[in-house]
Design a protein around this ligand. Structure first.
Ligand SMILES: NC(=O)c1ccc[n+]([C@@H]2O[C@H](COP(=O)([O-])OP(=O)(O)OC[C@H]3O[C@@H](n4cnc5c(N)ncnc54)[C@H](O)[C@@H]3O)[C@@H](O)[C@H]2O)c1
Length: 322
C-alpha cells in the first residue's frame, strides 16, 4: 500500500514509518521538522520537507503519487503551552488539519488515520475511560483534537472519506532494534523528564502532588509503547479497507502506573538515583487516567504486547544512555 505519513519524522510518526516499512508498505514522509528529525527516517524512505500550513507544499506531496491512505500525526502537543498560546495551536493543529483534509479531498485520498488523544475526554468521570465517555477537553490542545475529529465526521458524510481517530494515551518507549535515533524534542511528559534526571542533564524531578487517591498518592497514567501504537495504526488501516466504516478507538493498555512506580523502575534499570521534590498538585491533573482498550481489541483485534513498564523504561534508557 502507498502511505503518506504527515508528521512522520516525529517520535510516534517515525515508529509508525518503521513498522509500516517492516510490513512491506511503501511510505512517503511529509514533515516540517519543527520538532521531528530527518534522521529519524531511513534514507531509503521518500521525504518531503514542508508544512501543512502551506497548501502549495501539501499539493506537491499529494500530487507526487497516488496514496491509498494518509496518516496525519503533525501537530503541537504540549497541553500547558496550548493554554498560554492558543493561537499557535489553533494555527498548526486546526488550520493545518483543515488544510490537510482539503488536500485529501482534492487528491482523492479516501482513507485517513488521525492521531487523536485522550485529551479529548477531559477529566475522567469514570475509569477506565471508554469511547462513550463525554468529550469535554480541559485544555486547548484537547479541543484542537476534538475539532479535527468532528471535521472528519463531516468529511466522511459529505466527501466519502473513511477515517480512524486513534485516541492515544501516553506514548512511551522506543523501537527494540534501536532503529529510532533521537530523543523527543523538548518533552513535557514524565518519562523523558525522569530520564533526563537519570542521565544527569536535569537536577531533579518535580513531582506534582503526593496526595492523590492512588496507592502511593502520586498520579496514575496509562503508558502505551510506541511500537504498539504503530501496530494499532496498521490494524486500523486494515480495518478501513475491510469495512465501509469509520473507527474511533482508544489506544492504551487498560493499566496504569504511578509517578513513583516510574521513578523506581528507572532507578532499577539505570542504576542511577532519581532525585525528586514533591510540590503542589497542578490544577486540572486527575488522579487516574486509564484507557479501556476493549473496543480496539474487538474491532481491530489489537492488544498491546510491548507495553510492560520494564520494557518501556528499558528501551527509553537505551536511548538516553547512548
Ligand atoms: N506523544 C504522546 O504521548 C501523544 C499522545 C496523544 C496524541 N499524540 C499526538 O500524536 C501526534 C504525534 O506526536 P509525537 O509525540 O510523535 O510528537 P512529535 O512532535 O515528535 O511529532 C510531530 C511531528 O509533526 C511535525 N509537524 C508539526 N507541525 C507540522 C506541520 N504544520 N506541518 C508538517 N509537519 C509538522 C513535527 O516536525 C514532528 O515531526 C501528535 O498529533 C500528537 O498530538 C501524542
Amino acid at each position: 500500500m502507498k502511505i503518506l505519513v504527515v508528521g512522520g519524522a516525529g517520535y510516534i510518526g517515525s515508529h509508525f514509518v518503521l513498522e509500516a516499512s517492516r510490513a512491506g508498505h511503501n511510505v512517503v514522509v511529509f514533515d516540517d521538522l519543527s520538532s521531528g528529525f530527518k534522521n529519524n527516517i531511513d534514507t531509503e524512505i521518500d521525504f518531503f520537507e514542508g508544512s501543512t500550513l502551506s497548501n502549495k507544499n501539501l499539493s506537491e506531496v499529494m500530487s507526487s503519487s497516488s496514496f491509498d491512505v494518509a496518516v496525519y500525526l503533525a501537530a503541537y502537543k504540549a497541553a500547558g503551552e496550548s493554554m498560554s498560546d492558543p493561537v499557535k495551536y489553533a494555527s498548526n493543529n486546526i488550520i493545518g488539519g483543515l488544510n490537510f483534509l482539503k488536500a485529501c479531498v482534492e487528491y482523492s485520498v479516501k482513507k485517513v488515520i488521525f492521531s487523536s488523544s485522550a485529551a479529548v475526554y477531559g477529566n475522567p468521570l469514570y475509569s477506565p475511560i471508554d469511547e462513550l465517555h463525554s468529550l469535554s477537553p480541559i485544555n486547548f490542545y484537547g479541543y484542537t483534537k476534538k475539532v479535527i475529529e468532528e471535521n472528519l465526521k463531516w468529511y466522511s458524510n459529505l466527501k466519502n472519506i473513511r477515517y480512524a481517530s486513534l485516541r492515544y494515551f501516553n506514548a512511551a518507549g522506543y523501537d527494540s532494534d534501536k532503529k529510532s535515533l533521537n530523543k523527543e524534542n523538548n518533552p513535557q511528559n514524565l518519562i523523558p523528564l525522569v530520564m533526563e534526571v537519570a542521565e544527569g542533564s536535569r537536577e531533579l524531578l518535580q513531582v506534582y502532588g503526593n496526595d492523590y487517591s492512588t496507592l502511593d498518592g502520586t498520579g496514575v497514567r496509562d503508558y502505551i509503547h510506541v511500537t504498539d501504537l504503530a501496530q494499532g495504526h496498521l490494524a486500523s488501516i486494515d480495518y478501513l479497507f475491510q469495512n465501509d466504516n469509520n473507527l474511533t478507538i482508544n489506544l492504551g493498555t487498560g493499566r496504569g502506573h504511578s509517578v513513583f512506580e516510574i521513578i523506581k523502575m528507572t532507578e532499577a534499570i539505570s542504576n542511577r538515583k532519581i532525585n525528586f521534590k514533591v510540590s503542589k498538585r497542578r490544577a486540572g491533573d486527575p488522579d487516574v487516567v486509564i484507557a479501556s482498550s476493549e473496543k480496539a481489541k474487538q474491532l481491530i483485534n489489537w492488544s498491546p504486547s510491548n507495553s510492560d513498564l520494564s520494557n518501556i523504561i528499558d528501551s527509553t534508557w537505551e536511548i538516553y544512555n547512548r
